[in-house]
Design a protein around this ligand. Structure first.
Ligand SMILES: Cc1ncc(C[n+]2csc(CCOP(=O)(O)OP(=O)(O)O)c2C)c(N)n1
Length: 315
């Protein structure tokens, strides 16, 4: 969680200094979902991510320097600097990719889970998606397939309470995304998404179910995003008091550090050291990424189109 927060705070600083271009979607305040879920997975498990996916990628083992290089449009980035914030993928580490299309990864995750099932693999697929995505057709299609075929997939809804600017309560009929699992025969669990241990527990349970061949699960993790939807959002649809209350009273990192000290899991010094390690990792990632080569503009088309065998000479 510390590394994810430092990563995104680092991005904000680079953006303010004019070194990072385009837009991005920050998950500051939501770190316990990515960390609690990915921390409960096993080697070989797969994830799909969203437009707000830096945390998912880092929690599933992405290299912060390669991610930073991607955002800085460097050749050394995950997609050679061509994709940016919303296109981090690292198949070698089981990250099937972020996706700028809302709910776009839901059917991809169902397909990946079907592949695991057919190959007799023990791997589980996690699909992160937002509360807004739960109102898309793809959500219902994917849950239907996952339900009817008992796919080894865990659908994790990060309910951060807003789509771009619309409150979930005003957009999602019934205002109970976890409850939608029942329509497809899946267990749906609502957890405090700012409690890393609760998220972890729900994921362990869903993963055990998937590995036992009992099929898919739906988890709704209730959390909150502190920043605007993207860089152009002026937060006009919610009050400053609401943001402050979540940040000051329900922050996932504060809650976890409180838990650790109260239960004597970590000392204050160990907590400070862990937080500092996150900051140092990101400082090094930024420094390393900044020295990367710029992509060669003449190579751009080569990165965008696949070769079409047999068509080389065609007009
Ligand atoms: C199919 C589709 N429709 C609309 C958009 C524009 N859009 C990008 S993010 C977003 C809001 C998504 O909300 P949610 O799924 O709750 O995720 P959050 O941004 O809250 O993390 C929208 C409408 C899009 N990218 N794709």
């Amino acid at each position: 969680m510390w590394t994810i927060r430092a990563f995104e705070q680092g991005l904000e600083e680079l953006f303010q200094r004019g070194l990072l271009h385009g837009t991005m979607h920050l998950s500051i305040g939501q770190e316990a979902v990515a960390t609690g879920v990915c921390g409960a997975l096993a080697e070989g498990d797969l994830i799909t991510s969203t437009h707000r996916g830096h945390g998912h990628c880092l929690a599933h083992g992405a290299d912060p320097e390669r991610m930073m290089a991607e955002l800085l449009a460097k050749e050394s980035g995950y997609c050679k600097g061509r994709g940016g914030s919303m296109h981090i993928a690292d198949v070698s580490r089981g990250n099937l990719g972020a996706n700028g299309i809302v709910a776009g990864s839901m059917t991809i995750a169902a397909g990946a889970a079907l592949a695991q099932q057919q190959q007799g693999s023990d791997a589980v697929v996690v699909c992160f998606f937002g509360d807004g995505a739960a109102n898309e057709g793809a959500f219902h299609e994917a849950l239907n397939l996952a339900g009817i075929w008992d796919l080894p997939v865990i659908y994790v809804c990060e309910n951060n309470q807003y789509g771009m600017s619309m409150a979930t309560a005003r957009a999602a009929a019934g205002n109970d995304i976890a409850g939608r699992g029942a329509a497809y025969g899946l267990p749906g669990t609502k957890v405090n998404g700012n409690d890393i241990l609760a998220v972890r527990e729900a994921t362990l349970e869903a993963a055990a179910r998937a590995r036992a061949g009992e099929g898919a699960s739906l988890i709704e993790a209730v959390t909150y995003r502190y920043r605007g939807h993207s860089k152009s959002d002026r937060n006009l649809y919610r009050t400053r008091e609401e943001i402050t209350e979540w940040r000051d009273e329900r922050d996932p990192i504060d809650a976890f550090t409180r838990y650790c000290t109260e239960h004597e899991v970590l000392s204050e010094q160990e907590i400070t050291a862990a937080s500092q390690r996150g900051k140092d990792t990101i400082k090094e990632a930024v420094a390393g990424a900044m020295t990367g080569a710029e992509p060669d503009p003449t190579e751009l088309a080569g990165a965008a189109y696949a070769a079409n065998p047999g068509m080389e000479g065609a007009a």
